[in-house]
Every structure is written in C-alpha cells, then in structure tokens.
Ligand binder design. Structure first.
Ligand code: DGL
Length: 263
C-alpha cells in the first residue's frame, strides 16, 4: 500500500507548482498528476460543477488504489473538500486554501492582499477563513479572471500578461498591502515576473510547501510513506495532450510522459 501512487489534482497546470514542492520533499513517492484542462477555468464555474468533477475524479483514483489525494487547487478545495472528506473518511485528502493566517502574522502595514479566482473569493470557506484569522488586519481581495488561461498557454511574462497583472495589483498597492497571498496554484509560476514588478519589501505568500509538509505528516502518521529510489511523476490531462506536453517543461524542471484521460 505504501508504494501506491498519490493522486495530485488541479483544474489545469497550476497544481504543478504544488507537485514540485511534493517532489522535492517526497522524491520516492509515485505521483500521478491529473490536470482537468478540458474543463478549465474552475474559477468561473459553479461550486456544483466543481464538486461533481472532484467527486468523479476522487472516486476513480480511490478505486484505482491511490493511497492519498492532493487537491492542488484552491478553487476545488473551497468547493469540494468537505464533501470529499465526508465521502472518503479514511482516505488522506490534503486540500489547500489561501494563506490568510501566515499573511496576517507577517504583515507590517496591516494590509494584506489576496489574488485568487472568483470562485475562491466568493466561497463561504474563504469568508470563514477571514473571520477566523484576519480580524486584526485589513484584507483586500482581487479576483483575476483571464490570468489562469494565460498561464495554461505557457505565458509567464508577456507584455499582455504584465498589463493584466498590473491592473490586478493596482488596487492592492493603492490600499497599502505589503503582503500578497497567491491564492491560486497557477500564480506561483508568476513569482519571477511579480518580483520584477513589485517593490522588494512586498512579500508573496503561497501554500505549496505547507501542503507538501502536511502530506508528509499524514502519510507518516498512517505509515504510508514510500521507500526506495526516486520516481518520475506521471501526467494525465483531460485537455489537449500535445499542448500539456509543450507547456510542462516551462513549469517543471523534470517532466515525463503525458496521457489523455477523462471521466
Ligand atoms: N489552480 C486553481 C486554484 O488554485 C484555479 C484555476 C482555475 O480557475 O481553474 O484556484
């Protein structure tokens, strides 16, 4: 069982930012990445639609014997993680949500910005996160429609992308944010360009590394950690295989074969 794969899921290529963190900490694990690119963007879909996709995907990977599931997507987590944990109570499921708690602790100006999808920012789970951890700071939220699609196309730095990003950053900077949460797993791929656009005293926070640590803890607790040599991840997509294979090396240092898969 400990040699069984871990399913890592996102609506597209964004979850690869989380996969990289998992690979770095757990190189001996067999990782199966599924990008639901045929149905992207989740950020503009209804919670019901996302729950249905996540339910189908989780059932499939559970039946195939995956030892754990990583929802490497903030939008999918806020919409579906509660239901998945109820439906699969004994299965380690790691979700992710915008890093409000660490950002509230880190800000010196008392103003935190959140870049995320419309779906994440409108969710009850995000509202609860603010109620719980952000009572002493001001939080400025910014949905970023269109950004995910550009990253899916492998665009991490074009003038058009920078213009769009500048428009989304403007209200956060105007409000005096010194800490910006990257609340979508696609956005860590924009860190290099963001660092060029922002003053050096503005911090960017994301949760990929925390998710990898939590996965490690859960597997350890259940004695499910794999041993042996490092393994290559596998990649599946419900979108265009050739396109995924073309974008993959722009996002990950180590790539691998891409397969078509839909539910
Ligand atoms: N990567 C996903 C997230 O973390 C969202 C992308 C999408 O809109 O599909 O929220």
């Amino acid at each position: 069982m400990s040699e069984a794969p871990i399913a890592v899921f996102d609506s597209g290529v964004g979850g690869l930012s989380v996969l990289a963190e998992i690979q770095q900490r757990l190189p001996q694990e067999s990782l199966l990445y599924f990008g639901d690119c045929g149905y992207i963007p989740y950020g503009e879909k209804t919670p019901e639609f996302i729950r249905q996709r996540c339910g189908l995907m989780a059932r499939y990977f559970r039946e195939q014997g995956a030892k754990a599931l990583v929802l490497a997507c903030n939008t999918a987590t806020v919409a579906a993680v509660a239901e998945l944990r109820r439906d699969f109570p004994d299965w380690p499921i790691v979700g992710m949500e915008p890093a409000v708690k660490p950002a509230a602790a880190a800000t010196r100006s008392g103003v935190v910005g959140v870049l995320a999808t419309t779906g994440t920012l409108q969710s009850a789970k995000f509202a609860a996160l603010l109620d719980r951890f952000a009572t002493d700071v001001k939080v400025v939220t910014q949905p970023c429609p269109g950004l995910v699609e550009m990253i899916e196309d492998g665009d991490l730095s074009s003038p058009a992308l920078c213009r769009m990003l500048q428009g989304y950053l403007e209200p956060l900077l105007q409000a005096g944010c010194d800490t910006i949460i990257l609340g979508c797993t696609h956005y860590p791929f924009l860190k290099p360009v963001l660092e060029q656009m922002l003053a050096p005293d503005i911090s960017l926070i994301d949760t990929g590394a925390a998710v990898a640590r939590q996965l490690r803890r859960l597997l350890d607790e259940k004695q499910l950690l794999a041993s042996g040599p490092a393994r290559e991840p596998r990649f599946w997509t419900s979108g265009d295989v050739a396109h995924f294979a073309q974008v993959l090396p722009l996002l990950l240092p180590q790539t691998g074969a891409v397969q078509s898969f839909d539910l």
